[in-house]
Design a protein around this ligand. Structure first.
Ligand SMILES: Nc1ncnc2c1ncn2[C@@H]1O[C@H](COP(=O)(O)OP(=O)(O)OP(=O)(O)O)[C@@H](O)[C@H]1O
Ligand SMILES: [Mg+2]
Length: 337
């Protein structure tokens, strides 16, 4: 009796030891569905010829000049696309947080893009639904003003937004992601330009509209070369257009001379309703659906939707007379003997 109990104990010990030291069997293979088979086939095709698996359009609305209509354009273009049934995600990466306020959110409540960039918080935690149908927002925060300093020595600091966004887009299908950039070419804007494939540049149709554009094109070219080869300037949006004035017509002609087919046909006219809508926390469609502003942004949305995929050639040059004289020059390459 005692002997058999001892043998049982030995057996149990042997099994326990065996279980502890035996090689762990490989996990059962996950069921492989259509997606797996497609990805195997696609991996055999050179990447430049692969069809796009995800149809999402990632667009940064960017101009380092202040007050040219970036936020107004992000808000109302997004609302127009959302009303056409597109799922749109907005990212406010401007520390001024105008887009966040425009959508009626209080600052400093809940998770914002600041925690995503500096604290590694998943983007999903920061996404808010808005009063507009199909429109979600990742809000900004005044704290974001210090983010560039905080991230100055972070490894991979240029791709923090890209990593957070692309991970989230694998879970959530959107048709458009629009990023409202701050009026600077600092780390926040560079993060936006690393995360997107397209840039729309709003240009105010005023005297010296093209001043400083040389610097922007230069930065885009550098980012394309070093960080994001997919990046393209795909559209120039004439904004704050004063209908009936000679100056607005001439400036628009000049913009077209420089950027040709990249300039949207739609001009966003000066319209007081567009300036009033933010204080009501509404898009132009919710605030004044029959205004000129609503008509212009609806037309712009139609153009954006109709853009051919081929409209993605890079803009790499600009007329020398419009180079920003204040912009620092690229250091000349050292001569090699
Ligand atoms: N088409 C327009 N008609 C009338 N007012 C406009 C129009 N577009 C923008 N505005 C107003 O001009 C001001 C600047 O616009 P907006 O905030 O969109 O520019 P921005 O480029 O985002 O500025 P910032 O560089 O400071 O972020 C705002 O008060 C806005 O309401
Ligand atoms: Mg703005």
């Amino acid at each position: 009796m005692l002997a058999s109990a001892h043998r049982e104990g030995e057996r149990e010990r042997w099994f326990t030891l065996h279980a502890a030291y035996a090689p762990v069997p490989p996990p059962a293979p996950a069921p492989r569905g259509d997606a797996y088979r497609w990805s195997r086939w696609l991996s055999l095709i050179p990447s430049s010829f692969r069809p796009r698996l995800s149809p999402v359009r990632l667009v940064a609305i960017c101009n380092h000049k202040g007050g040219v209509g970036k936020t107004t354009t992000v808000m109302n273009l997004a609302a127009a696309l959302a009303r056409r049934g597109r799922r749109v995600l907005l990212l406010d990466i401007d520390p001024q947080a105008c887009l966040t306020v425009h959508l009626g959110f209080e600052l400093g409540e809940g998770t914002s893009i600041y925690q995503v960039l500096t604290g590694g918080m998943p983007l999903r935690e920061a996404v808010r639904t808005t009063a507009e149908p199909n429109l979600a927002l990742v809000p900004s925060d005044l704290e974001l003003a210090g983010a560039e300093m905080e991230l100055a020595s972070a490894i991979g600091r240029e791709s923090l937004l890209k990593d957070a966004l692309h991970g989230y887009l694998e879970e959530e299908p959107y048709d458009y992601v629009l990023i409202d950039c701050p009026p600077s070419l600092g780390l926040l804007t560079i993060n936006a330009l690393c995360a997107v494939r397209e840039i729309f540049i709003p240009l105010q149709t005023e005297f010296l509209a093209l001043r400083g554009m040389g610097r922007l094109v230069e930065v885009v070219t550098l980012i394309r070369r070093r960080l994001n080869p997919l990046l393209r300037v795909t559209g120039i949006i004439p904004t704050l257009y004063r209908s009936g004035t000679l100056l607005a017509r001439e400036v628009t002609e000049e913009i077209k001379r420089h950027f040709g087919s990249y300039v949207f046909t739609t001009k966003i006219r000066n319209n007081v309703r567009l300036a009033e809508a933010p204080s009501h926390g509404k898009s132009i469609f919710a605030y004044a659906a029959d205004s000129l502003g609503a008509q212009d942004y609806e037309r712009l949305a139609q153009e954006v939707e109709a853009m051919p995929a081929a409209a993605t050639k890079p803009i790499t040059h600009i007329h020398a007379s419009h180079e920003d004289p204040a912009a620092p020059e690229e250091p000349a390459a050292p001569e090699v003997a």
